[in-house]
Design a protein around this ligand. Structure first.
Ligand SMILES: Nc1nc2c(c(=O)[nH]1)N[C@H]1C(S)=C(S)[C@@H](COP(=O)(O)O)O[C@H]1N2
Ligand SMILES: [Mo]
Length: 205
């Protein structure tokens, strides 16, 4: 009975989200927060953790956890769309804007692409200008509580306007590139860009 009523609520909210143009084509609304990733949840060891910016920059930068947490913080609320067809709306993220982190390096003029790096070799490619949007951030808090390990804690990237495989969990840095280098899912059949509003789920090949 309780489940039935909750699903009624969900459907009402889903209808509203569709009417408001908040739900991309082929997506359904979830009120829960599914956990989805490849591999196992890495353990966080502050002493070993660092954040690296390299590639097409004047000089590479390495930050400790303390240094990263000392950067200016922002809160951004955004929607989250997974290619497996669920969307979660109104997520309140707290963290450091990508543009704030980028200020720490001097990108070379040819830096146009980014490969975002995570624990255990996971990565995702994103154009630099997409990461420079005002709602793209490295988050360590969600809806007022610290990110749990299974949701990407201590730190994950959030890129609301692309499918959620680009929102890299357990992020450890990024490489600026002069040409596109495909990431983990992008090499395995997912679309290189991944716009949910255009249903760019899979690559054409
Ligand atoms: N490091 C890493 N980040 C990742 C993934 C992954 O497998 N590894 N999966 C992505 C996918 S497909 C989705 S839908 C979201 C899921 O985030 P959530 O588990 O917090 O809902 O994380 C993304 N970030
Ligand atoms: Mo996903």
């Amino acid at each position: 009975m309780v489940l039935f009523l909750q699903d009624g609520d969900r459907r009402e909210l889903e209808k509203k989200a569709k009417e408001e143009g908040r739900l991309p084509p082929g997506q359904s609304l979830t009120l829960k927060w599914p956990v989805l990733h490849y591999g196992s949840v890495p353990t966080f060891d502050e002493a070993k953790w660092d954040f690296n910016i390299s590639g097409q920059v004047a000089a590479p930068v390495k930050l400790s956890w303390k240094e990263f947490r000392a950067l200016p913080q922002t809160e951004v609320t955004s929607d989250f769309h997974c290619v497996t067809r669920w969307s979660r709306l109104n997520n309140a993220w707290k963290g450091v804007l990508f543009t704030e982190v980028l200020k720490l390096v001097t990108p070379k003029p040819e830096a146009k692409h980014v490969l975002v790096l995570a624990e255990e070799g996971y990565n995702a490619n994103i154009p630099l200008e997409d990461l420079q949007r005002s709602n793209v951030l490295f988050a360590f808090e969600h809806d007022g509580v610290p990110l749990t390990g299974e949701h990407g804690g201590p730190l994950r990237l959030i890129v609301p306007h692309l499918y959620a495989w680009k929102s890299v969990k357990w992020v450890r840095g990024f490489v600026l590139l002069d040409e596109e280098r495909l990431g983990f899912w992008e090499r395995n059949g997912y679309h290189a860009y991944g716009d949910p509003w255009k249903e760019q789920r899979y690559s054409e090949q």
